[in-house]
Design a protein around this ligand. Sequence first.
Ligand code: G3H
Ligand code: ZN
Length: 286
Amino acid sequence: PLTTTGELVGRAAADRRAVAAFNVITLEHVEAVIAGAESTGHPVVLQVSENAVKFRYGRLLPLARAAVAAAERARVPVALHLDHVQSDDLLRQAPAAGFSSVMYDAARLPYADNLAATRAAVDWAHAQGLWIEAELGRLGGKNGEPPLDAHAPGARTDPDEARAFVAASGVDALAVAVGSSHAMTTRTAALDHDLLKRLAAALDVPLVLHGSSGVPDGELAAAVTGGIAKVNVGTALNIAMTGAIRAFLAAHPEAVDSRTYLSVGREAMVRAVADLVRTVTGPAPA
Ligand code: G3H
Ligand code: ZN
């Protein structure tokens, strides 16, 4: 059934676990995320990023309607989240499109501007009943940018600044920069667990890890123990899908029916989703 992100993250945080949140681009992604989560018995968040909306010719509704229909029929709770929103126009489409939550991304702006823009987005979102996440610190690798030097000033989230940001903005959750970076194709990120511990102690909202595709399983599990309650994964699904399709087409140069290779790509995503859900959520509920 369709549920809300606030419900899933709140419950995960209370249990000191995390909910996995996967970025979806095509209908095959939507189906794979739900099938993978169903195979574990755990809930899941489906997220559509502003970049995915741009890919869909700028239109949110066709993919959103498919995601809502799939979520309503799922055998596990599924929430819909709008991810990395910079456009106010897109933000305002969230409630009518079936999204219970948004990540408003003004982290590229200087602190005061990030805070002012986030505060305005929070006021609007809360009036609509939306759960809202924002970001402080710089996570590299967005929009094809190179990964940031994680040790550069401002790259990591500062606990004192984060406490002030959460209090002044009223956000429901905070994406923190603790060593992960977007769009990594190897799982080689080393997280700063000491910083994560200080952030968890300083903040009374759930913490979100972005760029989780580049984080090895052991580091992910440690991050969840350290206070991460939502784990965002995108690139890992594309690696699984594209790798499986590439191998299939190389072995079957005569193939023309798109269902033959899309189903192979979708099944590879189902397996990747199930593995990651288990890593961040633990064994299936009794
Ligand atoms: O918001 C989405 C995530 O941060 C995805 O990052 O594609 O590096 O896994 P990733
Ligand atoms: Zn992200």
